[in-house]
Design a protein around this ligand. Structure first.
Ligand code: ARG
Length: 586
């Protein structure tokens, strides 16, 4: 990849090996951005200590830096190499090298990002709404963060196995099925598929609390459901199907890649739970404690240093959330062939996952070579700084929220285009892309484990690190090509660097692959978002300082069009990996 940090790191390592011997070849060159040049290598400072031991006398890091520089072969990459301060090696990249690398990015369909040499199977557990409850704004985050992780890993050549761990099982279904029968299957279907699940649940709950006959029916229904009675299972499935219709509407609105084939709800593990608990018991991983079967992974203690149990089987014989997750992890490694499992779930479940991973390692179901991690999701707050709710204190229906985003962006559009010159169809498309894109980008651009305030005004703004700002940068580039009467694919350069803004933009374009790899590796899409924002910012400065269609000469115009084309593809590919749509015009 053309990332100058990687290129220089390799060159410095070669120099280390030449200067101090092959055992130094893998020392970290400590390449960092530099205040006085483009990049600097700080390796001489830690190295002086290491060499001191070997050479038996105190070493001066500046001299070590000079020894490295003497062996450095970077003439093609850097126009300036200088030792400064206590022993930093400063590099100024050469304009020709930057231009040549940007040209490579332009010419490569994958923007020079290689596909993984050893593709992995990565299970991503994400979205996972609970069918008996309304999909809330927290599921917005688990859904789109997970979807972005999946998009990145597929782009990098790995195989994604999406698992939507739907909360589709539990004792509340007794009451919900009875209520479904009371209102009639058709009426229930209409209500549930429209997303009025809380209303449905509350009506059932009210009857359960006030009507002993209903409560009794509901309890009996739990028993018939658990015993696998076919008619009860049919009604339960009906309830799930009705709510999945709503969930799918939300997914379609959000433009996420989840399909029905990815549904792997809690209920699918029911047939495995007996085996799971028996295996854990017979292997001695789980023990009986007050009648309940528990795993006590070492290191998890509560008050008074008492070990915390992971409950596998309750004393009444029932299984719970933890048992299901133990079955799931076993299934994912054994049957789905996971090399890595990423759980995109609320941060409040951190202890649960730590204990499940520890217990699965004890059971041998999660071998050392398989990485399991909880990609924690922080809470979404309202502008009042508290958990995001409607003014009347209810949880916000996701679909209403998305509708509002689109309405607001349509209103913004009307302000800028009062004569609606593009026509109503384009208006609707743009409003949709901008509204949904704004909500998604606002979420994906903050660290997934931190809280953020859901603020329409901020996310729909064209200023700052927002979806519309990035979409607008893209629309501006597209409009240049429309006015030029050519398409971006025919802008082939060659890229040459004259102005500072051209240099800064070209240099940014070299970092795409590293940004994607780091974002995927850490399962942190915001790292990619920050990179995309930096590119858009560099483009904005370029746009303000370097006329493209009115460039001073044809060669400069060709180069600038090529820079525009490479920027366009970097921004659209990057936003594509975040799942943020990019309208042609705005
Ligand atoms: N349904 C759960 C919730 O809404 C999330 C499930 C996450 N995945 C898992 N394997 N436990 O909180």
């Amino acid at each position: 990849m053309p990332d100058p940090q990687l290129v220089l790191a390799a060159r410095v390592q070669d120099a280390l090996s030449a200067a101090f011997g092959p055992s130094y070849a893998d020392a970290d060159p400590v390449i960092r951005p530099s205040q006085f040049a483009d990049l600097q290598a700080n390796v001489a400072l830690p190295l002086a200590k290491r060499l001191q031991g070997e050479r038996g006398e105190k070493q001066n890091p500046r001299e070590i830096a000079n020894e490295i520089v003497a062996k450095l072969d970077v003439a093609d990459v850097a126009s300036g190499v200088e030792v400064s301060g206590p022993g930093f090696i400063n590099f100024t990249l050469s304009d020709e090298w930057i231009a040549g690398q940007a040209q490579r990015v332009l010419e490569d369909e994958r923007l020079t990002v290689p596909k993984a040499a050893e593709p992995q199977t990565v299970v991503v557990d994400y979205s996972a709404p609970n069918v008996a409850k309304e999909m809330h704004v927290g599921h917005l985050r688990t859904t789109i963060v997970g979807d972005s992780i999946v998009r990145m890993l597929e782009f990098l050549g790995h195989r994604a196995v999406r698992q939507n761990h739907l909360g589709d099982w539990g004792t509340q279904f007794g009451m919900l099925i009875e209520h479904l029968l009371d209102v009639g299957e058709e009426a229930a279907a209409a209500e549930l598929s429209a997303g009025h699940i809380n209303r449905f649940y509350q009506a059932a709950r009210a009857k359960f609390d006030s009507d002993p006959e209903f409560a009794e029916r509901s309890r009996r229904r739990v028993v018939t459901l658990q015993s696998g009675d076919p008619e009860t299972l049919r009604l339960w499935q009906q309830f799930i199907d009705d709510t999945v219709i709503y969930i799918n509407k939300v997914y379609a609105r959000l433009g996420v890649t989840l399909t029905d084939a990815d549904l792997a709800g809690e209920s699918i593990y029911n047939p495995m739970l007996d085996t799971v608990s028996e295996e854990l018991e017979s292997s001695g991983v789980a023990q009986l404690s007050d009648g309940a079967l528990c795993v006590f992974p070492p290191g998890f203690t509560g008050r008074d240093d008492a070990p915390i149990p992971l409950i596998i089987r309750k004393s009444d014989g029932g299984y719970g959330y933890a048992t299901t997750d133990m079955a799931a992890i076993r299934h994912r490694v054994r049957d789905l062939g996971a090399d890595r499992i990423i759980y995109v779930v609320g941060a409040d479940q951190s202890l649960h996952f730590q204990m499940v991973f520890a217990a699965a390692r004890m059971a041998g179901w999660l071998p050392d070579g398989v990485r399991a991690e909880h990609a924690q999701i922080g809470m979404v707050l309202g502008t009042d700084g508290k958990r995001f709710r409607t003014r009347s204190g209810e949880s916000v229906r996701l679909i209403d929220l998305l509708d509002e985003a689109v309405e607001r962006s349509a209103a913004e559009y009307d302000k800028v285009n009062p004569d609606d010159s593009l026509g109503p169809e384009a208006r609707a498309q743009i409003a949709d892309a901008v509204g949904i894109g704004a909500v998604k980008y606002a979420d994906l651009s903050v660290a997934r484990d931190s809280e953020y305030i859901f603020d329409f005004d901020r996310m729909i703004s064209f200023k700052g690190n927002t979806g519309p700002y990035l979409q607008y940068a893209i629309a501006r580039i597209r409009s240049i090509f429309r006015r030029a009467g050519t398409d971006p694919e025919s802008a082939t350069g060659p890229i040459v660097i004259g102005e500072e803004a051209e240099r800064a933009l070209a240099l940014q374009l070299l970092g795409f692959g590293t940004a994607v790899e780091q974002a995927y590796d850490a399962a942190e899409p915001h790292k990619l978002a920050s990179y995309i924002y930096a590119v858009a910012d560099a483009y904005t400065t370029f746009h303000e300082n370097c006329p493209v269609l009115k460039a001073p000469d044809e060669a400069t115009k060709a180069s600038r069009l090529a820079l525009c084309a490479a920027t366009l593809r970097t921004l659209t590919t990057g936003l594509g990996l975040l799942g943020v749509p990019t309208p042609e015009r705005m």
